[in-house]
Design a protein around this ligand. Structure first.
Ligand code: IPM
Ligand code: MN
Length: 367
């Protein structure tokens, strides 16, 4: 296959972890005789300083022309961010516009930790149970993130307001994706909500129930988001399967899931739209450790695996990448964040060396 991939390396640790993801894509290209044409473009806080915009017009053009987008984390240290006007900061001026531009409504955030790697988690092995394999599906272009906002001088600093709206088509389409996924995996679905307080959650639940009628084979239960936060750290493996979350609740619980598996560096994601999709790690750009060759590239390489799997339909290639990623950990290697955690007498690798091991594993049967 020949395909064009826009590469937005972002800020902070972005360039160094994106480099490893690209290495892995090159290995897949070689092993399976694909051609990936990579088009780099500036995006994020750095782009604001060099181009005058966090999502410059020329980057938009590169993304429009590409089949799929590989995006690194964005954002700089607090003092540099403070020099950017609020409305120009990368969250507001780059990430949300990117999601909106391609209507990437379904955000896949897999949370996986085999029992063999239980020591990564801050939870005791008996709490962690048999290992985690949860697919969190977060609605990504609706709800309070995209509602009207009122703040600042126009309210005389008397109040501020964020509107939260969901339309029926918005809820139905992401619910359908979650049910399809649960049906495909033959696993249960847990729908997360706050229907005891929020009208949008009651509406959400009614539509989830309606869509669920088309999937009698999927066992679906609903759980209040606050209870789910509690259950995630007391009995996480009950969620093995698919979880469906609206935008804001999904933002929070997916970070919590990163805590449960021991690091946000283990949280890749794919943002799927009707015509175009992009992938990104679920975490920020960790400017405090940028340039030290110590960041964990798992989330970025995992995002490349999701790109193969979810965006290009290359299931076997994606499986190779996942297997290689877990095999490197299982062979006893870790990146710096895990060093010194109890029960882990493991060998520490830098970011690039970790990527090299993953590549070595993918190409191991070849000479
Ligand atoms: C995420 C991030 C973003 C979000 C921010 C950076 C806008 O936290 O992808 O989870 O809140 O969606
Ligand atoms: Mn987040």
């Amino acid at each position: 296959m020949q395909t064009t991939i826009a590469v937005l390396e972002g800020d902070g640790i972005g360039p160094e972890i994106v480099r490893e993801a690209v290495k892995v894509l090159r290995a897949i290209e070689r092993k399976y005789q694909h051609t990936f044409v990579l088009e780099e473009a500036p995006f994020g806080a750095g782009a604001y300083f060099t181009e005058g915009a966090a999502f410059p017009a020329r980057t938009q053009a590169v993304c429009d022309a590409a089949e799929v987008i590989l995006k690194g984390p964005v954002g700089l240290a607090v003092d540099r961010m403070a020099a950017i006007p609020q409305a120009e900061r990368p969250e507001i001026a780059a990430i949300l516009p990117l999601r909106q531009r391609y209507d990437t409504f379904a955000n896949f955030r897999p949370v996986r930790l085999p029992a063999t790697l239980a020591a990564f988690s801050p939870l005791r092995p008996e709490v962690l149970g048999p290992g985690l394999d949860i697919l969190m599906i977060r609605e990504l272009v609706g709800g309070i993130y995209f509602g009207a906002k009122t703040e600042g001088p126009e309210t005389g600093m008397a109040f501020a307001r964020d509107d939260c709206t969901y339309t029926a088509p918005q809820v139905r389409r992401v619910a359908r994706v979650a049910f399809e996924e649960a049906a495909r995996r033959g696993s249960p679905l847990v729908n997360i909500h706050k229907a005891n307080v929020l009208a949008t959650s009651r509406f959400w639940n009614a539509l989830v129930e309606e869509v669920g009628r088309d999937f009698p084979e999927v066992s679906c239960r609903s759980m209040l988001v606050d209870n789910a936060a509690f259950q995630l750290v007391t009995n996480p493996s009950q969620f093995n399967g698919v979880m469906l979350l609206e935008n804001m609740q999904g933002d929070i619980l997916t970070d919590q899931a990163g805590g449960v598996v021991g690091s946000l560096g283990l949280m890749p994601s794919a943002c799927i739209g009707p015509d175009k999709s992009y992938v990104e790690p679920a975490h920020g750009s960790a400017p405090d450790i940028a340039g030290q060759d110590s960041a964990n590239p798992f989330s970025m390489i995992g995002s490349a695996a999701l790109l193969l799997e979810r965006c290009l339909g290359l299931a076997e290639e994606a499986r190779d990448v996942w297997e290689a990623l877990f095999a490197v950990f299982e062979a006893g290697y870790v990146t710096r964040e895990f060093v010194g955690r109890s029960g882990m007498g493991r060998q520490c690798l830098g970011t690039a060396a970790f990527g090299d091991r993953v590549v070595g594993r993918i190409l191991k049967d070849r000479n």
